[in-house]
Design a protein around this ligand. Structure first.
Ligand code: CA
Length: 233
């Protein structure tokens, strides 16, 4: 039988999204004492921004009732971006509809407040164990995207991509050799702009085609459906 250290792996990176400062502080201390590296934000907008920029978060503890963007919307946006980081919902509302809705939006588990620290720690560890991190690099032909450093290269040559170009290309690469619709692309990059038109997607695609001219890959237009990223013939 394999030896499993009692405390598990230390320095697990946990994001706590909680607007109750006293509870957030308590969570931070409790998880910190279990060797976890805890980051706390107090509202949904901050959480959304941080989750777009920081790819090292391993588990998100997410309160549902937050000022501004609520927990449901944070998790919806996270999953729309294709992020698979496990999310544990914290809810004060002992309503089954909330839990169902949270899970439907893509949360992995929930805890109803108040809860015991021991149970919280056990759930976090279980979620982290089950989670397979997304690949650090995506590539096709001579094109490669490093999703940690957010650098794109064609062969040895770095290419400059805007935030939205990056998002479109990352989505296409995650779905390489499959047809994706413009609407799917919009849904995936929505966090950066909520009034994106189908025409805007066409603009990003044509810019990407120019930048990927020497990458050995093609973004084919599948008329009436969408796009297909594949190796150039
Ligand atoms: Ca709250």
């Amino acid at each position: 039988m394999a030896y499993i250290p009692k405390t598990g792996r230390t320095n697990m990176h946990v994001l706590v999204v909680e607007d109750d400062a006293v509870l957030a502080d308590g969570l931070s201390r409790a998880l910190g004492s279990h060797g976890m590296q805890v980051e706390v934000v107090g509202n949904g907008a901050q959480a959304d921004l941080l989750l777009q920029r920081v790819t090292t978060v391993e588990v998100v503890l997410l309160d549902i009732g937050l000022p501004g963007i609520d927990g449901f919307e944070v998790v919806r946006r996270l999953r729309a971006r294709g992020a698979s980081v496990p999310v544990l919902l914290l809810t004060a509302r002992d309503a089954i509809e909330d839990r169902v809705r949270g899970l439907e939006q893509g949360a992995d588990d929930y805890l109803v407040k108040p809860f015991a620290t021991a149970e919280l720690v056990a759930r976090i560890k279980a979620l982290a164990r089950r989670h397979t991190p997304r690949p650090a690099a995506l590539s096709l032909g001579d094109l490669s995207l490093d999703t940690c450093t957010r650098r794109a290269r064609v062969g040895d040559q770095a290419i400059e991509l805007s935030v939205r170009e990056w998002a479109v290309l990352e989505y296409l690469l995650q779905h390489a050799a499959r047809v994706v619709s413009k609407q799917q692309i919009i849904d995936a990059i929505l966090p950066w702009g909520d009034d994106l038109s189908l025409n805007a997607v066409e603009v990003y695609i044509s810019r990407l085609r120019l930048k990927l001219a020497d990458a050995g890959v093609t973004i084919r237009t599948i008329r009436g459906f969408g796009y297909l990223l594949e190796l150039a013939a």
